[in-house]
Design a protein around this ligand. Structure first.
Ligand SMILES: CC(C)(COP(=O)(O)OP(=O)(O)OC[C@H]1O[C@@H](n2cnc3c(N)ncnc32)[C@H](O)[C@@H]1OP(=O)(O)O)[C@@H](O)C(=O)NCCC(=O)NCCS
Length: 175
C-alpha cells in the first residue's frame, strides 16, 4: 500500500484533531501547543485550519492509513507584504508505528513542493526543540540550516527547552 501525502480538507478534521492531540500528549517537548491549549477547541477550529480556501493562511498535508492519519505537517503563510516571502512549517508528526519509513520525508517534500508554487514565498522557516536529533536531521536532509538558538523557548514539565530556528531557501535542491 502506497503511503503518500495528500492535502487535507475539512473532511479530515476529526482525524487531524485526534492525531494532533496524540502528538501533544506523546511529545510535549516537541510542540509549542499543549493538550490543554487545544483539547477544548471546537471541531470547527480544526476544520477552519483545513479549509483550503483560496485566501486561507494554512495548508496541512497528511498520510492516510485506513480511517486514521499516520502523519501530518502544515505550512502557514503571512499575507503582509514585508514578510510574505517567508512561510512557516508547523505540526510535523508521524505516529510511532509508521516512523523510519520515509513518511516524514515525504510530508516535508510535499510541503516544500507546495511552497515552491507560491510565487511570493522564497524561504521556509521552522523551529525544532534542541536535542530532537531525528527531526533536525530530517530537516537538514531537506536543505534546512540552523540560523539561531532561542534559549528558554518553551516551558515544559522539567523546566525549559531551547528551540533551534531553521530556514530553507527554496532554490535549494537535494539533487
Ligand atoms: C521527526 C519525525 C516526524 C520523523 O518522521 P519519520 O517518518 O520517522 O521520518 P523519515 O522516516 O522520513 O526519516 C526518519 C529516519 O528514517 C530513515 N528512513 C527514511 N526512509 C526510510 C526507509 N524507506 N526505510 C527505512 N528508514 C528510512 C531516515 O534515514 C531517517 O533516519 P534518522 O532518523 O536516523 O536520521 C518523527 O520521528 C516524529 O513524529 N517525531 C515526534 C514528533 C516530532 O519530533 N516532530 C517534529 C517537531 S519539529
Amino acid at each position: 500500500m502506497a503511503l503518500l501525502p495528500i492535502l487535507l480538507t475539512s473532511a479530515h478534521a476529526a482525524q487531524y484533531r485526534a492525531l494532533m492531540l496524540q502528538a501533544y500528549a506523546d511529545c510535549p517537548d516537541a510542540f509549542t501547543s499543549s493538550v490543554a491549549d487545544r483539547t477544548g477547541l471546537a471541531l470547527g477550529w480544526w476544520k477552519q485550519r483545513l479549509s483550503g480556501a483560496p485566501d486561507a493562511n494554512e495548508r496541512v498535508w497528511g498520510v492516510a492509513a485506513g480511517d486514521a492519519l499516520a502523519g501530518v505537517v502544515g505550512l502557514s503563510f503571512d499575507k503582509r507584504e514585508k514578510v510574505r516571502h517567508k512561510a512557516h512549517l508547523f505540526g510535523m508528526f508521524v505516529t510511532p508505528e509508521f516512523r523510519q519509513r520515509g513518511l516524514g520525508g515525504e510530508l516535508l517534500a510535499a510541503a516544500l513542493q507546495h511552497a515552491r508554487t507560491q510565487a511570493q514565498v522564497q524561504i521556509v522557516q521552522l523551529t525544532v526543540t534542541q536535542g530532537n536529533r531525528s527531526a533536525q536531521a530530517l530537516y537538514e536532509r531537506h536543505g534546512f540550516v540552523e540560523f539561531g538558538l532561542e534559549p528558554f523557548a518553551v516551558a515544559v514539565a522539567g523546566g525549559f527547552v531551547a528551540k533551534s530556528h531553521m530556514w530553507c531557501r527554496l532554490g535549494w535542491s537535494a539533487g
